[in-house]
Design a binder for this molecule. Structure first.
Ligand code: ZN
Ligand code: ZN
Ligand code: ZN
Length: 557
């Protein structure tokens, strides 16, 4: 009897066992669709200096097929922020693609003082490579200062290098950093007499035929025409008056007004380089991206490729004319059309529903300080040179020499460690003494020392953002943060770089394969983008990733 019960039990156990194994087999036959989404192409779009509120401010002016297509048919993260300062282009592009911040990826500025060698370095510069496609030195670039992998690197690794990565921008750093260490190519625009997309010998020894053909087609030449507004200027009610004192001028222009006569301004403003500072730079970027789709056959097989595009001209226009200008409104009206055209090309070449897009920015931007001040808002423009005599006198009387500070770079003081060694003070004391002095200067809101950054772990507020931007090996000894809406910049136009929300609040839109429709007002952060893509694609996270996947965006269980 006992034996019979035991045998019955075994039978039941084996039925259950086989049944569950059978279910498992069926599941694996159904594929790994629950583990990853495999778009044929991932398209990353960074819009340089785009504030989140440009989506809402211009929404009703946009057509159906550009920004609106992403907002209405994709997922809108309405409360997306940079979680570090400095909010500038090199760090921004690096953070979008590495899922982390300058503390980890090492890109602490566009340029910085390299304290180990005493040199000024450029984030994407690399003299050990040659220019390709130009006689100039503009191609001597590589991502060697980026100390971690990008999501584009991870996709290359995950596909045994079969998936392609192509990166495109007007600015070199807008292409080199997103492309990562393993890109098949990064291309950027060289102005002057040439007007061509170029690259570095880091990627290849000569341009591919499709890129040569594009350059030979005089595509850039087509945009040597007056910059007029896309729609009647009277209809641009979402921006300030065209002619005002807060806007900069092209060389040779008397007023910052439409039409901007590019052929007339050409020679005095960098020739082809002038296009970078107009919406035509974005149109040219879109033209080149469409040529790359075709030339590289991106997204035409089942192995995912990655096309990383950065629209740089929005930043140049913002810097010259400012957040509130008619010029900025026009550059977004026109970018909307370029995006619509580009999405149509994706539908045709890759197929609707077969690709995944994200759109974000590398930082946002501040309203012109003088305009704010004239509007009774506390704001100001700091001229560092005004404080220099006072600061030098302080250094002399306190330390006996001004040499104790090697350089002031990116709002940071770098100490001369050899001079500090000969003082009867610790590095920490020197940092604190300088910080206390600078805190009394006009426009300065906060000061932090490197020692503080090393000894504490901040989880919130401005110190947290500063810490995320502070790289132990590369950053300075004393970090200065100005008051909100204070800046050190020209009197015209807009800039960025601060830890405040006007510089951190940027769009984040997802669209296409694997993406839910919807929106969230929960806070998301820039490093979350590449983390989300890693989960979407079912691949490893970038090596320094600190961001978290945005669960609400992902369409699979
Ligand atoms: Zn930028
Ligand atoms: Zn204007
Ligand atoms: Zn900028």
């Amino acid at each position: 009897m006992i034996r019979r019960v035991l045998s019955l039990c075994l039978t039941v156990v084996s039925i259950v066992f086989y049944a569950s194994e059978g279910f498992g087999q069926q599941k694996s036959k159904a594929g790994d669709g629950h583990l990853r989404t495999s778009p044929k192409l991932v398209v990353g779009i960074v819009v340089d200096q785009m504030r989140y509120d440009y989506i809402t401010r211009f929404y009703h002016r946009f057509g159906d097929d550009g920004f609106k297509r992403l907002v209405d048919e994709g997922f809108n993260c309405k409360n997306n922020h940079f979680n570090y300062a400095p909010t500038t282009t090199g760090p921004g592009h690096a953070s979008v693609y590495t899922a982390t911040t300058p503390a980890t990826h090492g890109i602490i500025g566009n340029n910085w003082y390299e304290k180990t060698t005493g040199e000024d370095v450029y984030c994407a510069g690399d003299d050990s490579y040659e220019s390709v496609g130009t006689e100039s030195d503009a191609g001597k670039m590589s991502p060697h200062r980026l100390t971690v992998t990008t999501i584009t690197d991870q996709l290359r690794l995950a596909t045994q290098m079969r998936g392609k990565t192509i990166a495109i921008a007007i600015k070199d750093r807008g292409a080199v950093l997103p492309g990562g260490h393993t890109a098949n190519a990064a291309y950027w625009f060289h102005g002057g007499d040439e007007g061509k997309f170029i690259t570095s010998s880091f990627y290849m020894s000569k341009l591919p035929k499709w890129a040569d053909d594009f350059n030979a087609s005089k595509a850039a030449e087509n945009y040597k025409k007056p910059w007029t507004t896309l729609r009647p200027i009277d209809s641009y009610l979402e921006s300030g008056i065209d002619d005002n004192v807060y806007e900069g001028l092209f060389e040779g222009e008397n007023a910052p007004v439409f039409p901007h006569d590019l052929p007339k301004l050409w020679d005095a403003n960098g020739k082809f380089g002038l296009l970078s500072a107009t919406p035509y730079g974005n149109s040219l970027t879109a033209d080149f991206a469409v040529a790359a789709l075709e030339g590289e056959k991106l997204g035409t097989d089942d192995i995912p490729d990655f096309l990383a595009i950065s629209f740089s001209s929005t930043d140049y226009v913002g810097h010259k004319y400012g957040v509130n200008s008619k010029e900025v409104q026009d550059v977004y009206m026109r970018l909307d059309e370029d995006l619509a055209r580009f999405f149509k090309a994706l539908d045709k070449k890759v197929g609707q529903g077969e690709y995944t897009v994200f759109l974000t920015a590398d930082h946002a931007g501040m309203d012109n300080a003088a305009y704010l001040k004239d509007s009774k808002i506390p704001a100001g423009n700091i001229k560092w040179n005004d404080s220099k005599p006072k600061f030098d006198a302080f250094l002399k009387s306190t330390f006996g020499t001004t040499d104790v500070v090697e350089v002031f770079s990116n709002y940071q003081f770098f100490l001369d460690q050899d001079v500090v060694k000969n003082l009867e003070m610790s590095v920490r004391e020197v940092q604190e003494t300088i910080a206390n002095e600078v805190l009394t200067y006009e426009g300065v809101e906060h000061v932090y020392t490197a020692d503080q950054m090393w000894q504490n772990e901040y989880t919130d507020g401005i110190p947290h953002l500063i810490q995320n931007g502070h790289n132990q090996k590369r950053s300075g000894d004393v970090i200065v943060v100005l008051k909100p809406d204070y800046v050190s910049y020209s009197n015209t136009g807009s800039t960025h770089g601060s830890p405040y929300t006007y510089d951190t609040h940027t769009p984040l839109l997802f669209y296409g394969k694997g993406i839910k429709m919807g929106s969230t007002v929960m806070r998301t952060e820039i490093p979350d983008i590449a983390a989300t893509l890693a989960v979407l694609l079912g691949i490893a996270f970038p090596s320094g990733a600190t961001g978290k996947p945005i669960v609400a965006v992902l369409g699979h269980r």
